[in-house]
Design a protein around this ligand. Structure first.
Ligand SMILES: *[C@@H]1O[C@H](CO)[C@@H](O)[C@H](O)[C@H]1NC(C)=O
Ligand SMILES: *[C@@H]1O[C@H](CO)[C@@H](O)[C@H](O)[C@H]1NC(C)=O
Ligand SMILES: *[C@@H]1O[C@H](CO)[C@@H](O)[C@H](O)[C@H]1NC(C)=O
Ligand SMILES: *[C@@H]1O[C@H](CO)[C@@H](O)[C@H](O)[C@H]1NC(C)=O
Ligand SMILES: *[C@@H]1O[C@H](CO)[C@@H](O)[C@H](O)[C@H]1NC(C)=O
Ligand SMILES: *[C@@H]1O[C@H](CO)[C@@H](O)[C@H](O)[C@H]1NC(C)=O
Ligand SMILES: *[C@@H]1O[C@H](CO)[C@@H](O)[C@H](O)[C@H]1NC(C)=O
Ligand SMILES: *[C@@H]1O[C@H](CO)[C@@H](O)[C@H](O)[C@H]1NC(C)=O
Ligand SMILES: *[C@@H]1O[C@H](CO)[C@@H](O)[C@H](O)[C@H]1NC(C)=O
Ligand SMILES: *[C@@H]1O[C@H](CO)[C@@H](O)[C@H](O)[C@H]1NC(C)=O
Ligand SMILES: *[C@@H]1O[C@H](CO)[C@@H](O)[C@H](O)[C@H]1NC(C)=O
Ligand SMILES: *[C@@H]1O[C@H](CO)[C@@H](O)[C@H](O)[C@H]1NC(C)=O
Ligand SMILES: [Cu+2]
Length: 566
């Protein structure tokens, strides 16, 4: 890509003198309730917000305060997470069930209230209990505050592209059945673009997302992967895309013809309508490397140029093979952050906490009366450093931290795995002595403002797999990533300490590793977990307990009066 050199740094414009415009309070009401919708030749009852799938798009400007009144009129316990929001001194609004709050029980309400500062771009909101986020989700778009602009030419239009995953069943039933049997849950039957499967699926001709474009104009697509359990390749026939941001952090503009996106991640791309007038498919299917069965279907939407013959068949892109790890790795590893943009911060140089954390699948011993349909007659589990997280049931972790309540969690999450072995050697896939992970509630406690570096190392236990690891409350820098076992001497030389990509969710390479670094400058309890819901439910998670700082403005505030009780 032959971009002028200056474009590789942040170039932004201050327009006029209106940058002092006062921050607004943006208020929404979420009615969360049953919605019956027709998909794939049948009627299905789903849980949805305000009667739509995806739910409402929230638009704010950086500096605004967002207030969302959530009325749970669904039959399920519910919480909402504001994925990627820093929640500075507002951890009570973060949302993961039993981590920062007890769930909102059916018939009750809770108001999430928080200020959005020092971040802009595409984020999203979703349910954070059971598998409800499959249908309870939507875009959360943070624009630059008044008087500021994007570090790229203003697009003609901005379009959220929410990628989802569909079951012809209640998703709560699907996960509950898996948890009851100890086996893997049923695969989904479709992927969706803005709630619609697209015309490759039966009965879906009129359920195909369509984007009308004008030749010569540029569109900002804000792509969100809201799928539960699958990373996705996304492509538009005959068009290149320019990546300008990921996870609400600007990137060096990078031209690509394919996007790979993991659940939890967002990718902002510029689409230039520079092709002959016509219709072009956008399409997505899974990026999967495990030997298991998976949803191998393809979702489509249509880019239709003004003046095109809409009865002609759109041109279809050729998606990478499902297991095309080289393409995924090239895309993921080539991104860098755009230096000196608004909200950009230099990489912290001094590390206080060095952690080496294995991530992967595990087993839970088959209990006396349990059904055990995992492998080897046991139950599936998943773990970090061989600890499989079990959430409390009577008090959230954050309430326990705030109230000094003992017996809810311990702070002995280990900085290293209990055994060092050849982590990615597939000969050890079935090594019984390494497979079983205890069910515990071990968290990692860190001092306020300390800098944490974590090597995330995938294991080959049961199977290697690309796990998208998400951290609540903070963005981290991704210093390096690679395949095989991380080697400190060799791989620390590869660290990008100048302009590494900044994210809240990192897809740790299949059978490989990634090194992340962040400064824990916000007190609270911050969940860290795999964003494949199947693995989250199996315990691939822990949390950081970030202690209070020295001043009133660095201490955890009391909970809001309406915080749900267990
Ligand atoms: C919502 O849907 C569930 C599952 O189909 C059903 O059990 C429940 O009765 C419905 N609730 C309402 C209020 O319609
Ligand atoms: C969509 O198509 C189906 C048949 O495939 C039809 O039953 C349904 O009424 C159509 N819906 C709309 C909104 O046109
Ligand atoms: C896409 O980018 C590649 C590499 O820069 C270039 O060779 C190709 O012509 C571009 N395609 C379109 C449709 O612009
Ligand atoms: C990596 O990104 C840069 C722009 O930052 C681009 O010039 C280069 O072609 C990309 N390389 C690959 C292999 O995609
Ligand atoms: C998807 O999987 C099914 C069943 O395993 C198989 O019959 C079908 O050919 C596969 N489709 C694609 C596109 O790979
Ligand atoms: C539109 O496309 C259809 C199918 O390819 C063709 O039959 C028809 O003549 C076209 N109409 C125009 C106005 O080009
Ligand atoms: C297994 O079932 C028996 C009979 O219902 C019961 O007495 C026993 O407590 C159960 N054991 C466990 C571990 O649940
Ligand atoms: C928790 O303990 C800290 C330090 O001992 C103390 O300052 C704080 O007041 C206690 N909080 C509660 C709610 O008891
Ligand atoms: C796996 O085991 C086979 C046979 O025991 C051996 O030849 C091979 O070198 C092993 N692979 C690794 C990566 O250790
Ligand atoms: C591990 O065990 C499973 C059966 O439990 C078997 O299918 C698989 O081939 C084994 N894998 C290796 C690498 O030995
Ligand atoms: C956090 O640490 C940095 C240096 O690492 C320091 O500049 C900053 O003032 C500290 N912040 C607070 C609130 O203590
Ligand atoms: C819903 O939440 C309440 C309050 O925490 C809890 O008692 C109940 O067991 C939960 N129900 C389910 C199905 O998890
Ligand atoms: Cu995972």
């Amino acid at each position: 890509m032959a971009l002028p050199k200056f474009l590789l740094l942040c170039v932004f414009v201050l327009l006029g003198c209106s940058s002092m415009a006062s921050a607004a309070i943006v208020e929404h009401t979420f009615n969360v309730q049953n919605l019956t919708i027709g998909r794939l030749c049948q009627q299905q009852v789903i849980t949805a917000v305000n009667g739509s799938l995806p739910g409402p798009t929230i638009r704010v400007s950086e500096g605004d305060t967002l207030v969302v009144h959530v009325f749970n009129k669904s039959p399920y316990n519910l919480t909402i997470h504001w994925h990627g929001i820093f929640q500075i001194l507002s951890p009570w609004a973060d949302g993961p069930s039993m981590v920062t709050q007890c769930p909102i029980t059916p018939g009750h309400k809770y108001t999430y209230r928080f200020r959005i500062i020092n971040q802009e771009g595409t984020l999203w909101w979703h349910a954070h209990v059971s598998w409800l986020r499959a249908t309870v989700h939507g875009a959360l778009i943070i624009r630059p505050r008044a008087g500021q602009s994007y570090p790229f030419p203003k697009p003609h239009k901005e379009v959220p592209i929410v990628l989802g995953e569909w079951w012809n069943a209640s998703v709560v039933d699907v996960v509950n059945q898996a948890l009851a049997t100890g086996g893997a849950p049923n695969d989904s039957v479709a992927f969706t673009i803005n709630g619609k499967p697209g015309d490759l699926y039966p009965c879906s001709q009129n359920q195909t997302y369509k984007l009308h474009v004008q030749q010569g104009k540029t569109y900002l697509l804000r792509i969100i992967n809201a799928a539960l359990n699958n990373q996705l390749f996304f492509k538009i026939a005959n068009h290149n895309l320019t990546v300008v941001a990921v996870d609400a952090a600007y990137t060096t503009p990078t031209v690509t013809n394919v996007v790979v996106i993991a659940p939890g991640q967002t990718t902002d791309v510029l689409l230039k309508a520079n092709q002959p007038v016509g219709s072009y498919y956008m399409a997505a299917h899974a990026y999967v490397t495990t030997p298991n069965t998976f949803d191998n279907t393809t979702t489509t939407g249509i880019i239709e140029y003004e003046g095109s013959n809409s009865t002609a068949a759109p041109i279809m892109p050729v998606l990478p093979a499902f297991n095309d790890t080289p393409t995924a790795f090239t895309f993921y590893s080539n991104l860098t952050s755009l230096e000196f943009c608004p909200h950009w911060v230099p990489v912290p140089r001094h590390v206080n906490e060095h952690m080496f954390v294995t991530v992967g699948l595990s087993l839970e011993p088959c209990g006396a009366n349990a059904t055990c349909q995992g492998i080897n007659g046991q139950r599936f589990s998943a773990s970090m450093n061989n600890q499989s997280l079990e959430l409390p049931t009577s008090l959230s972790l954050l309430q326990a931290f705030y109230g000094n309540v003992t017996g809810v969690y311990t702070t002995d999450f280990p900085n290293n795995p209990p055994v060092t072995f050849d982590f990615t050697n597939t000969n050890l896939t079935n090594a019984t002595s390494l497979l079983f992970a205890p069910k515990v509630t071990k968290l990692k406690k860190v001092k306020f403002n300390s800098t944490v570096q974590m090597v995330l190392q995938n294991t080959a236990l049961i199977t290697t797999e690309n796990h998208p690891m998400h951290l609540h409350g903070f963005d981290f820098y991704v210093l390096a990533q690679g395949f095989g076992n991380y080697n400190k001497t060799r791989d620390s030389k590869k660290f990008n300490l100048v302009n590494p990509q900044r994210r809240n969710t990192i897809a740790v390479p299949d059978g490989g590793w990634a090194v992340i670094r962040f400064t824990a400058n916000n007190p609270g309890v911050w969940y860290m977990h795999c964003h494949l819901d199947v693995h989250l439910g199996w315990g691939l998670a822990t949390a950081f307990v970030v202690e209070n700082g020295p001043t009133p403005s660095t201490r955890l505030p009391p909970p809001p009066k309406d915080l749900p009780k267990c």
